[in-house]
Design a protein around this ligand. Structure first.
Ligand code: GDP
Ligand code: MG
Length: 163
């Protein structure tokens, strides 16, 4: 079984952009396993020395009855269940929102390693980004740019080391 990295975060932080970057190489066939739900996307990524499975939890459509918070909570719980390691993605441009604190609360209860990755940091000072996100209490924020690929390889190697 491949180590499984799960991408968690509120809508629009860049989960799918990161997922696409990680699974873009030619041998990254999207896993076609029985029993996979449609609201999560599964892909294969290749680390420096090993392949892994990556899950994008963001493919859900919140309905009027479930609401975005409820749906996110559900997705986060399902993701935790499948994860060897979780990448909690936040948005450097938007800063912290109440949704991040809700997700952090759920993740804290999980018996899984969590890496906090601050996305969209291209052209930003790392120290400033880091200071803003310490408040979440999820460890040292790691700056990345999914769109530009900055910090992405290091993030994945760190994630795989925790498995
Ligand atoms: P998701 O809802 O979490 O899956 O987020 P998406 O991957 O759909 O990205 C949301 C928006 O953020 C899109 O307009 C992306 O182009 C943009 N985005 C994603 N990654 C980056 C990044 O590293 N830098 C910047 N500036 N924009 C990004
Ligand atoms: Mg998405």
């Amino acid at each position: 079984m491949l180590p499984t990295i799960v991408l968690v975060g509120r809508p629009n932080v860049g989960k799918s952009t990161l997922f696409n970057r990680l699974t873009r190489s030619r041998d990254a066939l999207v896993a076609d396993l029985p029993g996979l739900t449609r609201d999560r996307h599964y892909g294969r990524g290749m680390g420096a020395s090993q392949p892994y499975l990556v899950i994008d939890t963001g493919g859900f459509e919140p309905t009027a009855d479930t609401g975005i918070l409820k749906e996110m909570a559900k997705q986060t719980l399902l993701a935790i269940d499948e994860a060897d390691v979780i990448i909690f993605l936040v948005d450097a441009r938007a800063g912290l929102t109440p949704q991040e604190f809700t997700i952090a609360q759920t993740l804290r209860k999980a018996q899984r390693p969590v890496l906090l990755a601050v996305n969209k940091t291209e052209g930003m000072r790392k120290a400033i980004v880091s200071a803003d996100f310490h408040e979440l209490g999820m460890g040292e924020p790691l700056s990345i740019s999914s769109a530009h690929g900055e910090g992405v390889r290091d993030l994945i190697e760190l994630a795989l080391e925790t498995v």
